[in-house]
Design a protein around this ligand. Structure first.
Ligand SMILES: [Mg+2]
Length: 418
């Protein structure tokens, strides 16, 4: 069997938010810089920190109060409220550097990307040269450092970028991965979260090497499909492709529409349809890991006259509840129902990769409705789309049967090419 030769990079911008802040205001460089979600609240969380703050043991995700306690009296603390749109702009520009070497650039959050450079590198020497050119260009052009992992699959490339930082390149090959990686804790593997890690520990599986050497059927017994995936990851058998940059990043809108089984005459009926559509677009939005900042509705009456209206949302969201709520609000502002409705559509636009940070920690309502969306999504995936509906969808038999997931209704996204 011919071994698939791949050269994959994982580039990780070091302390990205904090590094950008220090770059924009060099005076704070020697301070312990905390980029926080919500400066007003003592209970805001640390989203990023520079190396000075790190040296006092500050960790991402802890409260500002905890972080300040650790640093108190030892260094000057500078707190900055995260400016995500600034970081996003810089992140996009850096991506242009990656795109010089390959079209296969897959973002992982705002500060990490995988690059498949197999077409431009014939061996590891050339792959390392490309990594070095990227490291240099990002540093010289943007004043930011990256750590890059170079390997033959995405999992090891990501591990490589974590191994040494900042401003470093780490090579993990078929020849050295057992030495370099197998001794690391199992939770260093991508997708091993806290729950999986605990379970692994109970089974006395502590290192990546332990995962690799475990019996795969044993892992499957305890972790299902994920058990096999982890075993593959640990053994360097991950074959997942690096997505093409246009596969995901430049989707400009996500929309679904439906021609109703009967003309709608009451607001209750309209709400039912809007909920169904919202659920569908929210699911698709989540799959892309996006939040939308704008919604658009489309209404066609039974005489086939149509209107389109749009509104900016007060915050970026990906929940069905929010999308439905604002779509209904927009509908009520735009249409009086004097003429029965034949078709409705919802389109989400103006995407961001991050949710507004203060909402992350303070808006429990959003967290809750996200949870609900996730649960409903899981049930639908397992038992089929029509297996579950929100209460209001079940009230109307005809409308409850709308299945906007049917290919027919999907408004295909427009792609943008660099
Ligand atoms: Mg990073």
């Amino acid at each position: 069997m011919e071994i698939l030769r791949r050269f994959i990079l994982h580039s990780d911008l070091n302390n990205f938010y904090a590094s950008v802040e220090c770059l924009l205001n060099p005076k704070i460089r020697k301070d312990a810089v905390l980029v926080v979600g919500d400066q007003e609240k003592r209970h805001g969380v640390v989203l990023a920190k520079n190396y000075v703050a790190k040296s006092f043991g500050v960790r991402t995700g802890e409260t500002v109060y905890e972080a300040e306690t650790k640093i108190a009296g030892k260094a000057k603390v500078t707190k900055i409220t995260a400016r995500l749109s600034v970081y996003q702009k810089i992140s996009k520009k850096i991506k242009q550097v990656y795109l010089k070497y390959t079209d296969n650039v897959e973002s992982f959050g705002i500060d990490e990307s995988w690059l498949d450079i197999s077409k431009n590198a014939k061996d590891y020497t050339e792959a390392m040269q490309i990594a070095e050119m990227i490291r240099k260009e990002v540093k010289e052009t943007f004043g930011l450092t990256v750590s890059i992992g170079v390997s033959f699959n995405k999992i090891f490339a990501k591990l490589g970028s974590d191994l040494r930082k900042p401003d470093a390149i780490t090579l993990i090959t078929r020849g050295n991965f057992k030495d370099r990686i197998w001794g690391l804790p199992a939770n260093n593997l991508l997708y091993v979260g806290r729950a999986t890690d605990k379970k692994l520990e109970k089974l006395n599986i502590k290192t990546i090497g332990d995962v690799a050497n475990a019996d795969v059927t044993f892992l499957e017994k305890y972790f299902g499909v994920m058990g096999r995936r982890l075993w593959e990851f640990a053994n360097g058998l991950d074959l997942s492709p690096v997505k093409h940059s246009s596969d995901k990043d430049e989707i400009k809108s996500i929309g679904n529409s439906t021609t109703c089984p009967k003309d709608l005459t009451t607001i209750e009926e309209v709400k039912t349809v809007i909920y169904t559509l919202s659920e569908c677009v929210a699911n698709r939005l989540k799959k892309e890991n996006y939040y939308c900042k704008e919604i658009q509705i489309f209404i066609k009456d039974f005489e086939l006259n149509s209107i389109e209206r749009q509104m900016k949302l007060p915050y970026p969201t990906d929940t069905c509840n929010d999308i439905a709520k604002y779509s209904i609000e927009l509908f009520e502002k735009s249409y009086d129902l004097s003429t029965p409705i034949r078709a409705i559509g919802i389109r989400l636009k103006d995407f961001s990769e991050v949710m507004q940070t203060n909402l992350l920690t303070t808006n429990h309502q959003i967290a809750k409705s996200e949870q609900l969306d996730n649960i409903i999504g899981k049930i639908k995936k397992k038992y089929g789309y029509m297996s579950i509906g929100r209460g209001n969808m079940l009230l109307d038999e005809a409308l409850g049967e709308i299945n906007p997931q049917a290919e027919l209704h999907i408004i295909h996204p427009q792609y943008y090419r660099f």
